[in-house]
Design a protein around this ligand. Structure first.
Ligand SMILES: C[S@@+](CC[C@H](N)C(=O)[O-])C[C@H]1O[C@@H](n2cnc3c(N)ncnc32)[C@H](O)[C@@H]1O
Length: 362
C-alpha cells in the first residue's frame, strides 16, 4: 500500500533501468517457480528427460495433458531458457544438464523439489503480513502442505549427497559407533529423511525421530516402512525438550535447531539425554557470522532469508521463549547457544554450499 509519493530528485535513469531489469528477473523467477510446479506435478519434465525433441502435441500425448496448455508452458520454458526451441518442426528439447536439475528428485543436482516451497510461501502472505504487525509466530503445523513436501524433497537431495559420504566420516569415531550399533535420536525429524538414510547404512544401530508435528511423524513412519528399515527406526510425536531417553550415543538436529523457540533449552535437554561420551550433531544452513559475510558468500541467501522469515523465524516465535535465531544464525551465534546450554568443545566439522555441520560434547 503506497501512501506517499516518491520525492522528486534527479534520478540516474540508467540505474533505474538496470534496477527495473533486476526486478523483472525476480518477477520472472517467481512466475517460473509456478510453472516449475506445473511441470513437476504433470510429469512434463520427466517426459522430456530422455532428450527427445518434442512438439507440444507429442509432449501432451506422452503426459496425457491438454495440448493448448502444454504449448503455453513450453513457450514460457523456452523464454526462460529451460528448454531449447527449434522453429523447424516446432520442437522443444530439455538438455540433459537441465534434466539433471528439473526432471527427478533422484539426481544429485535435483532442485525441482524446492519449487513447491515457493508456492507454499505465497499461500501464507496474508498471515505473514499480519504477523509483521503483531509480532506473532506461525507454527510449522500452520504452513501450507507444499512446504512440508518441499522441505522433505529438497533437503533429502543434500542429505543423500553428503550425509553418509562426508558428514558421518567427518565426526571422529561416529562411523565406527554406528557400525558397531548405537542409539541415535533425531530431534525435529520432520518426514525423517536423514534418519532413514542412516538406518539404511547402519543396520546394527537403533534410531528414534521426534517431532511435534503429527502429520510429519506419520509420513516418516510410512517412509521407514517403504525403505525396509522399520525394524530399527521409530518415529514419535514429542517436543524437543519432552522426550524421555537417557544414555543416548548420538543426538542430531537436521535443519531444525534454529527453528526452535527455545534452542538453549532444547540443547540442554539433549545434553541430559546424551551419554557422557555422546555426540550432539547439528546440521544447519551455512551462513557467515555477520550479515555482510552471509550476503557475500551464501549462494541462495535470498531464498534462505525468505524461508527464514516465513518458516524458521515464525515457527520459533510461535513457541515459548521465541529466541528466533533465524536460518542464517551463523556458527558464532550457534556456539553461544550451545555453550549456554553447557556444551564444551563445539567444532565445525564439515560444510558445503548449503550446510555446515557442528558437533558438541556434553
Ligand atoms: C525445517 S523442518 C526439518 C525437518 C527434518 N529435520 C529435515 O531436515 O527434513 C523443521 C522441523 O522441526 C519441527 N519442530 C519445530 N518445533 C519443534 C519443537 N519444539 N520440537 C520438536 N520438533 C519441532 C517441525 O515440526 C519440523 O518438522
Amino acid at each position: 500500500m503506497t501512501t506517499t509519493a516518491p520525492r522528486a530528485t534527479a534520478l540516474d535513469m540508467e540505474q533505474v533501468g538496470r534496477f527495473a531489469q533486476h526486478v523483472g528477473a525476480m518477477l520472472t523467477g517467481g512466475a517460473t517457480t509456478a510453472m516449475m510446479v506445473i511441470g513437476d506435478r504433470t510429469g512434463l519434465y520427466a517426459a522430456l528427460a530422455d532428450g527427445t525433441p518434442l512438439t507440444s502435441a507429442q509432449l501432451a500425448r506422452r503426459t496425457g495433458t491438454a495440448e493448448r496448455y502444454v504449448r503455453e508452458w513450453l513457450a514460457q520454458q523456452a523464454a526462460v531458457g529451460f528448454v531449447t526451441y527449434n522453429p523447424d518442426g516446432e520442437t522443444f528439447t530439455l538438455p540433459p544438464e537441465h534434466a539433471a536439475v528439473l526432471a527427478s528428485d533422484d539426481s544429485p543436482a535435483a532442485m525441482i523439489g524446492a519449487a513447491p516451497l515457493i508456492s507454499g510461501l505465497h499461500r501464507r502472505t496474508e498471515e505473514m503480513a499480519r504477523a509483521f504487525r503483531t509480532g506473532d509466530g506461525i507454527s510449522w503445523a500452520d504452513q501450507d502442505p507444499a512446504v512440508w513436501e518441499s522441505i522433505e524433497r529438497f533437503f533429502r537431495v543434500g542429505y543423500r549427497n553428503s550425509l553418509l559420504t562426508e558428514w558421518v566420516p567427518a565426526v571422529e569415531g561416529l562411523h565406527a559407533r554406528l557400525e558397531a550399533g548405537c542409539r541415535v535420536i533425531d530431534v525435529g525429524t520432520g518426514r525423517g529423511a536423514p534418519l532413514i538414510l542412516l538406518a539404511g547404512a547402519y543396520p546394527a544401530s537403533q534410531f528414534t525421530g521426534y517431532d511435534v508435528h503429527r502429520p510429519s511423524v506419520e509420513v516418516a513412519t510410512q517412509r521407514a516402512a517403504a525403505a525396509g528399515v522399520a525394524d530399527r527406526v521409530r518415529f514419535a510425536v514429542d517436543h524437543c525438550h519432552g522426550y524421555p531417553d537417557r544414555d543416548v550415543d548420538v543426538i542430531t538436529f537436521f535443519d531444525t535447531f534454529h527453528d526452535l523457540g527455545d534452542p538453549v533449552g532444547a540443547a540442554a535437554h539433549a545434553r541430559r539425554a546424551l551419554a557422557p561420551d555422546g555426540i550432539l550433531l547439528l546440521v544447519e544452513p551455512r551462513a557467515g557470522d555477520d550479515l555482510a559475510t552471509t550476503l557475500a558468500t551464501v549462494p541462495l541467501a535470498p531464498v534462505s532469508f525468505a524461508a527464514s522469515t516465513f518458516l524458521c523465524t515464525s515457527n520459533s516465535l510461535s513457541q515459548a521463549v521465541g529466541l528466533a535465531l533465524g536460518s542464517q544464525a551463523g556458527e558464532a551465534r550457534l556456539r553461544e547457544v550451545l555453550t549456554e546450554a553447557g556444551y564444551r568443545t563445539v567444532r565445525r566439522v564439515a560444510e558445503n554450499d548449503f550446510n555446515m555441520v557442528l558437533t558438541a560434547q556434553p
